[in-house]
Design a protein around this ligand. Structure first.
Ligand code: PLP
Ligand code: ZN
Length: 434
């Protein structure tokens, strides 16, 4: 089993019942009732815990949802807090110094659909979040938890976008931030963190090394909230809002197929969880849908396991331009396999050249400049159609999780001026551009 910790990190302290832990204010986590182990079901109280004290399985937020109506949600703000009843956040979340990510556009992508041969295609465009990636959603939920835990430091190990989101949200909340990245990260992603924090730490190693270091620091230091380590259960819930929004923006119905990029696998897992919650709350009609995962071949441990028909995910050393997806040992990879297999989807991977082509496909057909992660997702969408794994007659949503200005290097030698000319009409007509 793949879990979120390793043998050297501390287990969550054992707590017998599932009432809110000491020192937490009433209603601090909304309708959440506790943390439940995804593997054995053991429950612990709400707190900065992430690993099951019984079996080391990952902990997940459990809820007792009240009746929630479409009208209540629609009356909410045009950001993720419209779904606050379904998140582990307090009812007064909108009064806090948090970010307001989400409710990003769902674009009908007819040009790209025509190009790929898909009848009904939508792009969920998360590049317009406050720091230009889907990570603002998860960080907003993690920040709420960190504040309720009276954390002194808001921190993360990151493949880039997470560091941007943590640094910005911490600045707005007035909490000290420390963000850790692999030292070979793209320069724009480094700058996009360093503008918000004076504590960007570049680590000589890959993401999995950075993650191990973060677990060690989380075990040694008091009062640190590592968004994707010790407050990971709260962080992960933020990805559900992508699923809620897609369903609401489709007119309160689920798509038939959805293609989602996979790094740790958290996002894919939580979009599925969101769809299941909407069904069980009666907010959408129950119907089958297929979930597809997208990876770059240079870091494709989940796709490799999917194709081999096994549950055993073998960790890899990443080597791809899709750095925001470069997690060689994905914590939720096993659950991605389960979901993609159970729903009749698949996990697929593409080469770096196909990633670059994916970036151009989306830019030239829909006017959306995505980063390498989005290039991966679009490229995989194309491959799924070309190989007959995705049904082009069904309603299909693809998620664009990031912004192309952060990974300019990936594409900058493939595009540029069609001609460089003197400022005269004759020079223009002679340039061959027309
Ligand atoms: C982090 C990230 C992902 C994937 O996130 P996981 O939940 O770890 O699978 C996808 N796209 C972008 C741009 C990201 O930054
Ligand atoms: Zn357990």
């Amino acid at each position: 089993m793949s879990i979120v910790t390793d043998a050297s990190s501390p287990a969550a302290p054992e707590i017998a019942d599932a009432t809110p832990g000491d020192g937490l204010r009433e209603g601090a986590f909304g309708n959440a009732t506790g943390l439940a182990c995804r593997e054995c079901g053991h429950q612990v109280a709400l707190g900065p815990h992430y690993a099951c004290p019984e079996c080391f399985g990952p902990l997940e937020v459990a809820y007792a949802f009240p009746a929630v109506t479409r009208e209540q949600i629609e009356a909410g703000p045009r950001n993720i807090w419209r779904y606050k009843a379904l998140l582990p956040v307090p009812d007064d979340i909108e009064q806090s110094r948090n970010m307001e990510p989400g409710f990003t556009r769902l674009l009908k992508a007819d040009n790209l659909g025509r190009e790929l041969g898909i009848d009904h295609l939508w792009v969920k465009d998360d590049s317009t979040n406050p720091t230009n990636s889907f990570k603002d959603r998860v960080v907003a939920c993690a920040l709420s938890a960190a504040v309720e835990f009276h954390s002194k430091v808001f921190a993360c190990p990151s493949t880039g976008n997470l560091a941007n989101a943590v640094a910005a949200a911490g600045a707005r909340a007035g909490i000290r931030t420390v963000v850790f990245i692999p030292s070979n990260l793209e320069k724009p992603k480094q700058v996009n963190s360093a503008v918000y924090t004076d504590s960007l730490v570049a680590v000589n190693g890959n993401y999995d090394d950075v993650n191990r270091l973060a677990s060690e620091i989380a075990g040694e230091e008091e009062g640190w909230a590592f968004v994707n380590v010790n407050v990971r259960p709260f962080y992960a819930e933020g990805s559900k809002t992508l699923g809620y929004e897609i369903a609401e923006q489709l007119g309160w119905r689920l798509p038939d197929q959805i293609v989602i990029p996979v790094a740790s696998g958290s996002q894919l897992t939580k979009v599925h969880k969101a769809f299941q919650e909407l069904i069980s709350l009666g907010l959408v009609e129950d119907k089958p849908y297929r979930v597809f995962g997208a990876q770059a071949t240079g870091c494709s441990p989940v796709s490799v396991a999917y194709k081999a028909g096994t549950d055993a995910i073998r960790p890899v050393k990443p080597d791809t331009i899709a750095k925001s997806l470069a997690i060689g040992n994905p914590a939720d990879g096993i659950y991605v396999l389960d979901i993609c297999r159970e729903t009749g989807g698949a996990v697929e991977d593409i080469t770096d050249d196909e990633v670059r082509a994916g970036i151009l496909l989306l830019a030239r057909h829909e006017g959306i400049f995505t980063e390498t992660a989005g290039g991966t997702t679009i490229g995989v969408l194309k491959k799924l159609v070309d190989t007959g794994q995705l049904d082009p007659t069904l309603d299909t949503v693809v998620i664009n999780t990031g912004m192309g200005l952060k990974t300019l290097d990936a594409i900058s030698d493939q595009v540029g001026p069609a001609a460089t000319i003197e400022p005269s009409y004759a020079a223009f007509t002679g340039s061959g551009v027309l």
